[in-house]
Design a protein around this ligand. Structure first.
Ligand code: A1EG2
Ligand code: FE2
Length: 316
């Protein structure tokens, strides 16, 4: 049995903001290489791990992580809406396994997933319902956060489950790396914005358009060097990618929540998706990274990383 992985940043600016043609070609090339990798893996089951940005999860109930027994795209930024093809019985088996390993996993039978989970599925498969897919939400924006060791434990538990399954499984991690997009923070939000962070479900089309335009405007300002957001941190990103590449997943435990936000941006916590996925891989066995792409891309408001990896064949 081997387990395969794709980890990739997401950005709703992908087709909303012009970027240097050389950069566009690089990113398109990385996506093309990911699609070729996945075609070769030919997964029978996908576990997609991603954050949400106050589209599906709000502060009225904010779990550290949640597994979807049923899920649907929320359609923000024009991403796909509608049902994912969640194999509910298999998803429930995974949930029981993780809970049985003393990890208090939240489950949802109707989990709304936003661009964070949907964009990688669209980049890789073109749609969100072509392969049986189990979505796992991992909080990447709403403080306070559980210590990173709990995220590693979640990933390792998922990996131990995957190791016992007959299917060819692909784990997808979405988000990161260093970045500080204008996602509101409870601590500094106005009462009106806090109301949206508490329960901003089903925003009006006007409210959603205004929010998305604000992000696009911030991207243009960031590229022009005039945005008041934390800069990308290529050094931090390089160190994080090194831990992923070298497979010493225990090193993820050293990532301190407050330090991450201060040095890599409030949304750097999205790398918790990567921590989950690489910890799953490491629980199955030694693995090798095959593709690694990275570039700080201000137009996308992201230290933009793409990685593929798979465990080395394990003799049955
Ligand atoms: O819609 C939002 O609140 C943030 C959108 C967004 C922008 C850049 C990078 C991201 O990872 C991201 O999610
Ligand atoms: Fe994001």
């Amino acid at each position: 049995m081997s387990l395969s992985l794709v980890a990739m940043s997401h950005t709703p600016l992908l087709h909303r903001v012009e970027v240097d043609p050389q950069v566009r070609a690089e990113v398109d090339g990385a996506f093309e290489a990911v699609r070729a990798f996945v075609a070769e893996v030919d997964p029978e089951l996908v576990i997609t791990i991603g954050p949400d940005h106050y589209n599906g999860f709000f502060y009225d109930t904010m779990p550290p992580f949640c597994l979807g027994l049923g899920a649907y795209g929320l359609g923000d930024y024009g991403t796909a809406s509608g049902a994912l093809d969640v194999p509910t019985d298999i998803a429930e088996d995974l949930a029981r396994h993780v809970q049985g390993e003393d990890i208090d996993l939240t489950i949802s039978r109707a989990m709304g997933v936003d661009h964070g989970a949907v964009q990688p599925l669209e980049v890789i498969f073109g749609q969100i319902d072509t392969v049986p897919t189990i979505p796992v939400f991992v909080n990447g924006v709403a403080a306070p956060f559980v210590p990173m060791r709990r995220i590693r434990a979640l990933g390792e538990s998922i990996g131990r489950w995957a190791a016992g399954r007959p299917e060819r499984i692909l784990v997808i991690a979405s988000g990161g790396l260093s970045h500080d997009p204008p996602v509101p923070q409870w601590a500094t939000a106005t009462p009106e914005v806090r109301a949206g962070l508490l329960d901003g479900r089903n925003p009006t089309p006007q409210a959603r358009a205004a929010r998305e335009q604000r992000v696009v405007d911030t991207a243009h300002a960031f590229a022009a060097g005039t945005a008041a957001i934390l800069d990308l941190n290529p050094e931090w990103d390089a160190q994080f990618l090194r831990v992923c590449r070298e497979g010493e997943v225990a090193a993820f435990d050293d990532y301190d929540t407050d330090e991450m936000a201060a040095t890599a941006g409030n949304s750097s916590h999205e790398v918790r998706s990567w921590v989950t996925a690489f910890s799953a891989l490491s629980a199955v066995g030694d693995y090798a990274v095959e593709l690694e792409y990275y570039r700080p891309i201000r137009e996308f408001i992201a230290g933009f990383g793409v990685m593929t990896a798979r465990t080395k064949e394990i003799t049955a």
